[in-house]
Design a protein around this ligand. Structure first.
Ligand SMILES: [Zn+2]
Length: 104
């Protein structure tokens, strides 16, 4: 039995679940599609006993990786504030709005 965010406790057949292991952090999770609303969800942070039970039940582990975007460098510049948006809005009023940006 799993708990759907929308439907509450629902029973999902084990054949409708996927035991996954993240290659990035080695954490196992159980992915399923709710039979009530059809949404996909994941039960994360499975206890080792739960993993053993699922493997004993015949499930195999499916590896997955986090999206590459997770590992991309983050913007480290100053915070964009409302004045910046207003300045950009004023720039867009001219056809050659991009020229002042080349000076920076
Ligand atoms: Zn649901």
């Amino acid at each position: 039995m799993v708990t759907c965010r929308d439907c509450g406790d629902v029973v999902v057949m084990i054949t409708q679940c996927q035991l996954r292991r993240c290659d990035d952090d080695s954490v196992h999770s159980l992915a399923y599609r709710c039979p009530g609303c059809g949404c996909r969800d994941v039960v994360g942070q499975l206890h080792v006993n739960e993993i053993v039970e699922l493997l004993d039940a015949g499930m195999s582990v499916v590896p997955w990786q986090r999206p590459r975007e997770v590992h991309e460098a983050r913007y480290a510049g100053p915070t964009v504030i409302l004045d910046d948006l207003l300045d950009f809005h004023l720039l867009l009023e001219h056809d050659d709005w991009w020229r002042p940006l080349l000076d920076h």
